[in-house]
Write a protein that binds this ligand. Structure first.
Ligand SMILES: C[S@@+](CC[C@H](N)C(=O)[O-])C[C@H]1O[C@@H](n2cnc3c(N)ncnc32)[C@H](O)[C@@H]1O
Length: 250
């Protein structure tokens, strides 16, 4: 009897690891955390590949009714699937600690996360500062701008995650993210993020048609990145190898 916390990767049903797949197949209950990220395939495709029925765990279930996931793991094997990695960006540490307190045996099976897959862009992962995210409801929000400001001061790169309302199939685009940052710049006027700021727009990382464009904010704003998910990277101080890497996306 174990709670298996399994990262299933970034794009499709085959991104799960061999260890993850073997484990899901033997579990009695399979939950999929369904609100903080999105795969390129439907739950039905996962169910077919795993040969298992999947229960979608929305925010309410994971944050307020975690018992529904933890309690069965006292007597049976339970898989809690997370898109990307279990502890990438959204950490799910709460559910881990709760299960631990209840003396439930826990096994974590890792996978790629947006947090490390962005390495493909060519900016050193060691040189990223604090990650920030832009919510849809952002009328009075300035935190992403402040994070950018601090990272920029330290010469660090910034990963900007963009909001997603998975249940409504709504996701924020690179263009909307840039528009938001420019709107804060308009209020603050501190030249932290202007139309001339170099950015990297990233879409569908890990998929066969992932898109990466580097350029000035104003040019990325009108570029077509296609379907979900999107994120933005604002480079800090660049090493010449990083500069060379960015050239390929321009
Ligand atoms: C909370 S994070 C996802 C955390 C996930 N557990 C992981 O490890 O990747 C979700 C946000 O990351 C970004 N993201 C996730 N997967 C992505 C992908 N494949 N391509 C581009 N951006 C992605 C999007 O901005 C999305 O709204």
């Amino acid at each position: 009897m174990t709670l298996y916390m399994i990262g299933i990767g970034l794009w499709d049903e085959k991104d799960i690891s061999v260890k993850g797949l073997e484990t899901v197949k033997k579990c009695r209950h399979v939950f999929l955390e369904s609100y903080t990220s999105k795969l390129g395939v439907s739950t039905a495709v996962l169910e077919k590949f795993y040969g298992k029925k999947i229960v979608l765990a929305d925010r309410e279930m994971v944050e307020k009714q975690a018992e529904k996931i933890i309690a069965p793991a006292k007597d049976e094997d339970v898989a809690f699937l997370v898109i990307g990695d279990v502890f990438g960006a959204t950490t799910h540490t709460d559910i881990f600690l709760r299960a631990k307190k209840e003396a439930v045996n826990i096994v974590v099976i890792h996978n790629a996360s947006v947090m490390n897959a962005i390495g493909v862009v060519g900016l050193e992962l060691y040189k990223y500062g604090k990650t920030t995210s832009i919510p849809f409801d952002n009328a009075n929000v300035e935190t992403p701008y402040n994070v950018l400001k601090e990272n920029k001061k330290a010469g660090m790169h910034t990963l900007v995650l963009l909001d997603i309302h998975a249940h409504k199939d709504k996701f924020m685009t690179v263009g909307q993210g840039i528009e938001f940052l420019l709107s804060v710049e308009k209020k603050r006027k501190e030249k932290v993020f202007t139309e001339e700021t170099l950015c990297v727009g990233v879409a569908r990382l890990g998929s066969p048609d992932q898109k990466i464009f580097a350029g000035k904010a104003k040019s990325l704003m009108s570029a077509d990145f296609g379907g979900p998910l999107h994120c933005i990277i604002v480079p800090g101080k660049l090493h010449f190898v990083e500069e060379e890497a960015l050239e390929q996306w321009k």
